[in-house]
Design a protein around this ligand. Sequence first.
Ligand code: TYD
Length: 132
Amino acid sequence: MNYKLLNFQTHGDERGTLVSLESNKNIPFDIKRIYYMYDTSPEWVRGKHVHRKLQQVLIAIDGACTIVLDDGKARHEILLNRPDVGLYVPAYVWREMRDFSYGCKLMVLASDVYDEKDYIRDYDKFLEEVGK
Ligand code: TYD
């Protein structure tokens, strides 16, 4: 599967640590949208969809969560628990976000604006489309 873990350069000193994210430098696309989730808790699973075109980078900027990725052939579980690591998710990968620690803040950088037509929210429909 084509996902990648991105290790961001950190700029740290006694004042704290800074991470900078730039389109087509350490983020492998033009960033068109940023959104983030907070007030999450362990009993909820988010996501459960595929994007037809959208690329994303997910960063647990605070706390931890598990990202389940499934391309229709293989399934991987990735623990995100560092603000200096991003998970690049290409198009046509089913994703679920689960096991959110209390207080987790999950930030998502996206290659395009929000478009409901880009979503497949039914797993069997995804398998049908990806098998074509
Ligand atoms: P949803 O797709 O359920 O989030 P998740 O992928 O975390 O499960 O989105 C929650 C709501 O937010 C839904 O009403 C759509 C809306 N939304 C936007 O308006 N803009 C966005 O960029 C995103 C990602 C969601």
